[in-house]
Structures are given as C-alpha cells and as structure tokens.
Design a protein around this ligand. Structure first.
Ligand code: GLN
Length: 536
C-alpha cells in the first residue's frame, strides 16, 4: 500500500486568483488517472463555520451531505470531482481553537502551557492527516485560504512547513500568484511573484510548483526568469490564463502537465494519459451550443453573483446538457414591483426564485411569482423561493391576504410557513438549522419524479421554517399539490401546480449536488421546460 500524498495550495499577491479552481482542477486530473482524491479548505477566520456569515462577506454558504455549513470552494470541489465532501473538508481557525480550548478544559494538556506552536499547529496537522488516515484517499489536496503574509494564516502556513518536513516526498506545495500586465510598458511583471515566494521562503516553505495567474500568455523567458528567482524548475512554472469558463481549467492544467509534475514530485508512476473524455464531452457541448435560453434569478444578493454560486453553476450545467447557452439575468428583488415586472420578466424563458433569509426583498419575490403564475412562465422556487411560492398562492388563490411565514411576521393569522416545533427552543444561531441530506418521497406522476426518474430522492437542506401541514388540504384543493414528502416526519418538501407548465418549489437545495458530470435532474428539467416555452 502506498502512503497518502498531501498537496498544499497557497496563494500570494492578491486574493481571488482561483486557488479553489486550481485545487479542484488538479483533483479532477488525478482522479482521471484513477486515483482517489479529496479536497480540503482551511479558512483563516475565527467563525466556527461560514453559516452565520452574510453572503456579502464570502459569497454563498455551501452545505455538505452531513450537514456542515461550508465555504463555497467545497462546491467547486464537488462540481469538479463529483465526490461528496463532509465536515472534515472545511476547517476554520475558529474550529481549530475551539477544539484546542475544549481539550484544555478537559485536561488533555494538564500541566502544560497551551500555545500556538505546538498545540494549534498540531490540531491543524491532525485535521489534515485525518482525511488521509482511513486510507480512503491517495491524495489529499488542502487549500489554505487567504494570502501568504496574512497574520491570520500564519499558523496554517507553519503547519504546512512542519508537515513537509515530516513527510518529505509525500508532500507537495503549490503556490498560486498573480503576474500583472502593465499596459503602458506592454510588459508582464514578475516582481510581485518573486516577493510572494520570498515571503513563503521566509517562513520556511519552498514551493515545488508555481501557478501564475495572468491575463496574457506568459513567454518561456518569463517562466525561466521566475524559475531562476524562485528556485523552481522552469517546467514547474505553470500559467493560469483567463479562460471563458472555469471548466476549461483542468484541460489547461493538463496541457502544462500539472498532474505529471505532481506525480513525479511524489514519486508516483506516470503511466499513460488521464481519461478526460467525459469532461471533454461536456466542454464540447458547452462550446457547440448556439441558441440561448434566458433565465431570470430573482434575489436580493444579485450585486454579488457569488452569493448564488451553486445556483449559477447548476443552471449553466443544465443549459449545457440541453445544448443551449445560458443567459442568466439577475433581477434584484428589492427593485421589482408591479410597474416594472413586465419589463424585467416579460422576455424571460424561465424564472428562479432564490433562497434567502429575512424580510428584505421578499415583496419583489411575490411580484415575480404572481407574474410568472399569471403568464404561465416555467418557475422554480428554491428554499425561501418555495416558501414564497406557498405564501403568494395563499394570498392570491386561497384569499388569505395576510398569509406569511412566521420568519417575516410572527403575528400572522395564516402562518402557511412556520417554525418547526423542534426549532422553537433553539436560541443559538450557528449550525442549528435543518441541515444536510434528507430523504424525500415524490408522487409518481409529479414533474420532479419524472425529472429524477425515481420517486425516492435525497437532497440537502438549510432552513428553519417549513410548510405548515395544517394547510395542506386547502392548498391541494386549490390546485397547489404537495408532491414531495419526508418519509419520517411527513414534512412537505416539494410543491407543484400541475395546471401550469412548470411551477415547482423545493424546500431543499438541489443546487448543492449538481456537478459537471452529474447535473441535478430537476435543474436540467427546469431549463428544458424553459427552452420548450421559448420555442412554443
Ligand atoms: N429563511 C428560510 C428558512 O430559514 C429559508 C432559508 C433558505 O432559503 N435557505 O426557513
């Protein structure tokens, strides 16, 4: 049996260079060579997890099957590798400190002064090795959030230094930097990269591979120069040039032999080529599509598309599998009202009502839903979007003008969406929602059952409020059917209005399990319905 190999991906110069995409792309390439790979992300902030963060801070909160609220990079990992991640794949400084402090209180370090080195770094190292310890994976690829030189990421970087020393050849460091192009000088500048590598070297880490993010082709001279200044082989200086789609990055990395360099560094055999045929097939469909389907995403965080990362990607994958290009239009729910609804929604082929929390922007979602229902436009409600579908239907069809969720109005007489009994006693905000994957049984003749091709599905949740089953019969009599139900609690998970073309709301988040090679069937069917409507 071969030892698990550990790859670390650090970043320098600026943030947002796409460390997550590079890490996910490498995982894809190694997987395509038959290896078992997992991606891990360390986030240097003190929050225990990103669950309590406003999406404006770090974008979408992703949810793993085991109910962990995680960084959105885990979504990239899953979309690229088609392998579920868990709680162990995303660790924050907060969790490291919490674990160490809990151990201290238990007396685990009795007699000792608890310090950053060795106690915090040991806990970081334990969390890295944990993923490799069960012999489930040949490669563990760990991305260190933030940039080298940040005070916050120092303990993580120090842990990488120690692990590298301990593991020798079983460990590889990849450093991602930025090479800016100075238009006036018509030159790519490598100085920031040189400084960033020096900073890494100062803390004892010599990178094995450099990935240079750039907007212009990097010449072999520039590569050689970087290699010379940074003690890296010229062949291990790889460019990550801007590409129209992130899904092209694995191919670009393979063309420059990133996978082979990693195998060589870790002493693994390099045999043949990775099987990238299914991936290439997806890219081919993506590039061959000529016709466009327009989907409107109605939400309150639309200024920051990362807030809806998994939905954007699911829609894009679904369009590709329908051989269409996606024209995704972000519609600010706070700016949507009856007087502009025709202008903003009238030309759309499909409407998706986004998840979310709180009152802000909610009225715009009702406006969109009423418009969609009256014009019979294919409409998909996700989590809060589904709850809004129910509320709007109660107001406009059942005639309960004050119908609401108790999240928005605790005093409403018609609480068609309400807090679960088990949620009422909860006071802590972090990690206490209904989280993770739950079973759902679908009515055999419903749109979702046909889309999934089965009546038994499992999807991920992240919410506190639920459809109030006291109203179930009334809704059903009025034409909104409850077509998906949790088999254990009988909570309503899916609603549908069968008299309309495609009007489906799901309490769960289907966007979390849509991957490049395995798109979520409900998204694919929604986009198919939108295309059918467009071409009617
Ligand atoms: N705010 C709603 C709830 O907590 C919906 C959450 C969501 O859309 N993820 O139930």
């Amino acid at each position: 049996m071969v030892d698990t190999k550990y790859i670390f991906v650090t970043g320098g110069v600026v943030s947002s260079l796409g460390k997550g995409i590079i890490a996910a792309s490498l995982a894809r390439l190694l997987q395509a060579r038959g290896y078992k790979v997992t991606n891990q992300k360390f986030d240097p902030y003190i929050n225990i997890d990103p669950g309590t963060l406003n999406p404006y801070e770090h974008g979408e909160c992703y949810v793993t099957v085991d109910g962990h609220e995680a960084d959105l990079d885990l979504g990239h990992y899953e979309r690229f590798t088609n392998t579920p991640t868990t709680r162990a794949n995303n660790i924050t400084t907060g969790r490291i400190y919490q674990n160490v402090i809990d151990k201290e209180r238990r007396g685990d370090y009795l007699g000792k002064t608890v310090q950053i080195i060795p106690h915090i770094t040991d806990e970081i190292k334990r969390n890295v090795k944990l993923l490799g310890s069960k012999n489930e994976f040949d490669f563990v690829i760990t991305e260190i959030g933030g940039t080298v030189g940040d005070i916050e990421s120092l303990p993580f970087i120090e842990s990488v230094r120690q692990l590298r020393w301990e593991m020798g050849k079983n460990c590889v460091c990849i450093h991602l930097t930025y090479v800016p192009y100075i238009a006036a000088a018509k030159e790519l500048k490598t100085k920031p990269t040189q400084h960033s590598v020096k900073q890494l070297q100062e803390v004892g880490i010599q990178p094995d591979i450099l990935v240079l993010r750039t907007e212009h082709e990097i010449s072999s001279e520039v590569r050689k120069k970087v290699a010379l200044f940074c003690n890296v082989n010229p062949s291990a200086v790889i460019q990550s040039i801007d590409v129209p789609s992130i899904y092209e990055v694995p191919i670009k990395m393979h063309q420059q032999k990133l996978d082979e360099i990693v195998l060589a560094k870790t002493g693994m055999p390099i045999e043949g080529e990775p099987n990238l045929a299914p991936w290439e097939k997806f890219l081919h469909r993506m590039k061959s599509a000529t016709k466009t389907v327009s989907i409107g995403l109605v939400g309150k965080y639309v200024e920051l598309p990362d807030a809806y990362k998994s939905i954007n990607e699911s829609l894009f994958q679904a369009a590709t599998y329908n051989d269409y290009k996606l024209d995704l239009q972000y519609i600010h729910s706070e700016k949507l009202n009856e007087s502009n609804s025709d202008k903003l929604l009238g030309k759309l082929d499909g409407i998706l009502i986004a998840p979310g929390f709180g009152q802000r922007g909610i009225e715009g979602k009702f406006v969109a839903l009423k418009y969609a229902r009256e014009h019979d436009i294919p409409t998909f409600g996700v989590c809060l979007g589904m709850q809004c579908m129910v509320i709007e239907y109660a107001r406009d069809v059942l005639g309960y003008a004050d119908a609401n969720s108790t999240e928005m109005d605790v005093t409403t007489k018609h609480n068609v969406i309400d807090l679960m009994e088990s949620q009422k006693s909860i006071s802590n905000m972090g990690g206490t929602m209904r989280l993770g994957a739950y079973d759902c049984i679908l009515s055999p003749d419903s749109i979702p059952a046909k889309a999934y091709g089965t009546t038994h599905i499992r999807e991920r949740h992240r919410h506190r409020f639920e459809f109030n089953s006291d109203y179930r019969q009334e809704f059903e009599d009025a034409g909104m059917k409850c077509v998906g139900e949790n088999p254990d609690t009988h909570l309503v998970e899916v609603v549908e209005v069968p008299s309309l073309r495609w009007y489906v709301g799901v309490q769960y988040h289907p966007e979390y399990n849509s991957t490049v090679l395995n798109p979520n069937p409900l998204f694919v069917d929604f986009v198919r319905a939108a295309i059918e409507y467009k071409n009617k």
